[in-house]
Design a protein around this ligand. Structure first.
Ligand code: CA
Length: 512
């Protein structure tokens, strides 16, 4: 009898061994919001709650912050496509040469004509997974690498990686197994199911009509909900089959058109907001509901513990009026300016990360991070090995910060390069400007004014006190580093219309 038990015991052990698996790879969700400002949330990302934090209602972001880690110095590029291409490639916009937003139409330069500068020859068609496509950055996209490593990859929402007719316009060419509603468009024609997410022009579909959501046409389902419902449906397969997944849930919200999500409107009107700003707040709250739906799904499926959730926005809050209500360039105060600008209002983002067992609940990381860091971080989280990639990356993994948010690296250099004209009108460093951060110092270069501005972000988050005149030594030091990096990365640099000569480099500017 004893012998029989021993045999059964041994059989059980060997059975256990033959079925034992290495620890499951974590699932990864990147929850990307479009054009959301740093304070368009009830989660304060500064050292105090601001009036904007008090205006917006984002209970699910509050939950994520409470359960995970908040990044107070997280950055993206000033406009959409550069951020999205850096996220998918790990390469800075100065090197991808996708420095501006790509048109849904192929070979169309979205740079507005400028009186002073000739436009640079930037990659106007965006990212390409294939070689030989004109005006594109050819690279191996993040989902393709994750797929090599056993991940099931889902795209839902706004893509905007490349112009239509190029391979990069379709997420399925970029390594996504599933694409829901993503294409070359940078914003929806409408958020309303009743309008088929379209806004026909002269009876013809708008070029920004959202594709692939026909099942919701004529319904009351708001766009932010439709892409969430479909994303969660698509998760059923990997969750059931216990395959690790990468979900890129990229909201069209809160980009224009500022359509009201009527479920939330009354509350904001009662607060006394003008009708545009009240509608804008509903776009924010509807996006936050989607986050709640995702978090609840993870709980219901009992997979929250093994899922990393990363919340991010792709550029600063829009602050042009119209389409925003109120006074221009006030929507991100105390941060200066907004979308399009290399001032903090255009590039500083609300970022949250939750990875149960790794991120300490309610923790805060003050170290600055930037969008190209997502690529190496996610690959490290996924334990990706022997990845076959075309590009050399510029980002730095922030996994070490998730484990220890107290880490600081004041030597790190960040760079924003925007040699483009975003709008016909002028605005605070929204056209032809670049910036550089090292430690708490930030140097801004405005090509038109041929001027450098120096700010101490630790003491002057609003970039109100330009210290260039009083600290020429620091300007000189940073301008040299800034120029070195721009040249090393072979960054494009415009020429003057009048002379054909190149605009001076930052280290050639004399501070007056
Ligand atoms: Ca955007």
């Amino acid at each position: 009898m004893k012998k029989l038990f021993a045999v059964i015991f041994l059989l059980c052990i060997s059975n256990l061994h033959s079925h034992s698996q290495p620890a499951a790879k974590p699932n990864v969700i990147v929850f990307m919001v479009d054009d959301m400002g740093w304070q368009d949330t009830s989660v304060p990302f500064w050292n105090k709650a601001t009036d904007f934090n008090k205006r917006y209602h984002t209970p699910n972001m509050e939950r994520l912050a409470k359960e995970g880690m908040k990044f107070t110095n997280a950055y993206a590029m000033p406009v959409c496509t550069p951020t999205r291409v850096s996220l998918l490639t790990g390469v800075n916009a100065a090197r991808t040469r996708v420095t501006h937003w790509t048109s849904p139409e192929q070979n169309k330069n979205t740079d507005h004509p400028d009186a002073t500068f000739n436009p640079v020859d930037w990659n106007i068609n965006g990212l390409s997974p294939e070689a030989g496509v004109g005006h594109t950055f050819h690279a191996t996209p993040l989902p393709a690498v994750l797929r090599q490593n056993g991940y099931y990859t889902i795209h839902s929402g706004k893509a905007h990686f490349g112009s239509s007719g190029t391979p990069g316009s379709d997420p399925k060419n970029l390594g996504f197994d599933i694409n829901i509603a993503g294409s070359s468009i940078g914003h929806p024609a409408s958020y309303l199911g009743q309008k088929n997410y379209d806004s026909p022009v002269k009876g013809k579909p708008n070029r920004n009509a959202v594709p692939g959501l026909e099942a919701y046409h004529g319904t009351d389902v708001f766009l932010s909900d439709a892409i969430t419902i479909e994303a969660l449906k698509a998760l059923e397969k990997p969750v059931t089959e216990k395959q690790p997944f990468f979900l890129y849930l990229a909201h069209y919200a809160v980009h224009t058109p500022i359509n009201a999500d009527k479920r939330y409107l009354e509350k904001y009107l009662k607060m006394g907001l003008d009708s545009i700003e009240a509608k804008y707040a509903t776009l924010v709250e509807g996006m936050d509901k989607s986050l709640g739906d995702v978090l609840n799904y993870l709980d219901n499926k009992d997979i929250a513990k093994n899922t990393v959730v990363i919340f991010m926005s792709d550029n600063g809050g829009l602050s042009r009026t119209p389409p925003r209500g109120g006074k221009a360039w006030t929507h991100n105060l105390p941060l200066k300016a907004g979308k399009g600008s290399v001032y903090e209002g255009g590039i500083r983002e609300p970022m949250l990360v939750r990875w149960p067992g790794v991120t300490r609940p309610g923790s805060v990381a003050e170290q600055y991070v930037i969008i190209e860091d997502f690529f190496p971080t996610i690959l490290e989280v996924a334990g990706a090995k022997n990845q076959k990639m075309l590009q050399q990356t510029d980002g730095e993994s922030f996994l070490k910060l998730l484990k220890n948010p107290a880490l600081k690296n004041q030597q790190r250099e960040l760079l924003w390069h925007h040699p483009n004209r975003w709008t016909p009108e002028d605005g605070p460093n929204i056209n032809y400007a670049s910036a550089f951060r090292k430690g708490n110092w930030k140097l801004i270069y405005n090509y038109e004014k041929a001027a450098l501005e120096l700010y101490d972000l630790q003491n002057d988050i609003g970039e109100e006190n330009n210290l260039a005149g009083s600290n020429p030594e620091k300007v000189k030091e940073l301008a040299a580093l800034f120029t070195r990096k721009l040249k090393k990365w072979d960054a494009q640099w415009p020429t003057f219309k009048a002379t054909g000569k190149q605009v001076p480099w930052p280290d050639q500017i004399t501070v007056k």
